[in-house]
Ligand binder design. Structure first.
Ligand code: UT7
Length: 327
């Protein structure tokens, strides 16, 4: 039995932070940001709102579209690196907020690959026949851990995310294959220095601004370009797919140049490569479900879609699915 995505929802907060706005905060330029990343603007949540609010809004949208109620949900998985709190899990909070009284729930932490990890995990409960309705969310409030004095990172990230409903497929459509990887030696190039059990927060760590994202961009870029392209090619080859067979690539939106390199390796025409980085920046676990919610109307039942991601950990991977419905 295959797990199929049968509904999607997405949410970004209202407030927009443009490249021009960032020019006032750090030594950068709209031209630099657009040329190096493809980003024009990103959305930022207000204080007092958190990752669970993104998931709540995306889930409510999805339930309405599918015409079901929250108490029908068996399991909610939230992929995020910006949980509302260290504990309880954001998924527990989300279940309560949406009224999923019959669901169990947990978080997955795999940075920008989090949504793919969560999708793979959720799909296994469907394939095993254990559950029939699972919600997988990918969402991050990156503004909570981004230093708006650090031009290396603050221009890249934004807040937002989305959710998908997984149900048993009624035909051959659904999630077909996945290749998922991790390599913890990437820790030094992309991490948050303080706030965890290794270095609990103190006045000193706050003064040293160690509670923010630290990224060695150039190194991460090199790993991302190679690995995301490699894993996407691998999933095509082992499923006998050519560039012509693939209808769409939904790749993690970290940098337009990384997405382009992946699309070239897959031998895809530009019109098959879905892009919304210019509006949202990098929403970490949120990028792929946000692509689904933005481009859902393009997809037809049976379309071959390849998902690909690379992120902190390092973590990376690719998923091959056949879209299951017409909007
Ligand atoms: O999402 C999961 C994982 N993350 C990624 O996949 C991100 C991967 N990395 C990247 O996307 C890119 O490395 C960045 C967008 C972060 C940076 O682009 P880059 O082309 O690799 O630039 P760079 O870090 O090599 O910096 C080039 C120059 C440097 O100046 P010098 O040394 O050449 O004088 C930087 O100081 O650009 C400078 N620079 C900036 N200038 C204006 C760095 N950030 C900025 C900025 N505005 N915001």
């Amino acid at each position: 039995m295959r797990a199929a995505i049968t509904a999607v929802g997405g949410y970004v907060p209202e407030k927009v932070l443009t490249n021009k706005d960032l020019e006032k905060l750090v030594d950068t330029s709209d031209e630099w940001i657009q040329t190096r990343t493809g980003i024009k603007e990103r959305h930022i949540m207000p204080a007092g709102e958190a990752t669970s609010d993104i998931c709540e809004k995306a889930i409510n949208q999805l339930l309405k579209k599918r015409g079901i109620t929250a108490d029908e949900i068996d399991l909610i998985i939230v992929a995020t690196v910006t949980p509302d709190r260290v504990f309880p899990s954001t998924a527990n909070i989300v279940s309560h907020k949406v009224g999923a009284t019959n669901a169990w729930s947990f978080d997955i932490s795999a940075a920008c690959s989090g949504f793919l990890y969560a999708l793979e995990t959720g799909s296994k409960f469907i394939e095993a026949g254990k559950h029939t309705k699972i919600i997988v969310c990918g969402a991050d409030k990156m503004s909570a851990i981004v230093d708006y004095q650090d031009r290396n990172t603050c221009v890249i990230f934004g807040d937002g995310g989305g959710a998908v409903l997984l149900e048993p497929s009624k035909d051959d459509n659904g999630i077909i294959d996945s290749v998922l990887k991790s390599d913890g030696s990437g820790e030094e190039f992309l991490h948050q220095k303080a706030g965890g059990s290794l270095k609990p927060p103190t006045h000193e760590t706050i003064d040293a601004r160690e509670h923010y994202v630290h990224q060695e961009g150039k190194t991460v870029f090199k790993f991302a370009v190679t690995n995301m392209a490699e894993v996407s090619r691998e999933i095509m080859d082992r499923n006998n797919l050519t560039g012509d067979d693939v209808d769409y690539l939904c790749a993690h939106q970290a940098n337009l140049r990384i997405i382009d390199a992946t699309a070239r390796r897959m031998e895809l025409n530009d019109d098959k490569v879905l892009i919304n980085i210019e509006r949202y920046g990098n929403t970490t676990a949120g990028t792929i479900p946000l692509l689904f919610s933005d481009f859902e109307n393009k997809f037809k039942a049976g379309d071959n879609i390849v998902l690909a991601a690379f992120g902190g950990g390092f973590t990376w991977g690719s998923v091959y699915l056949k879209w299951a419905y017409n909007s």
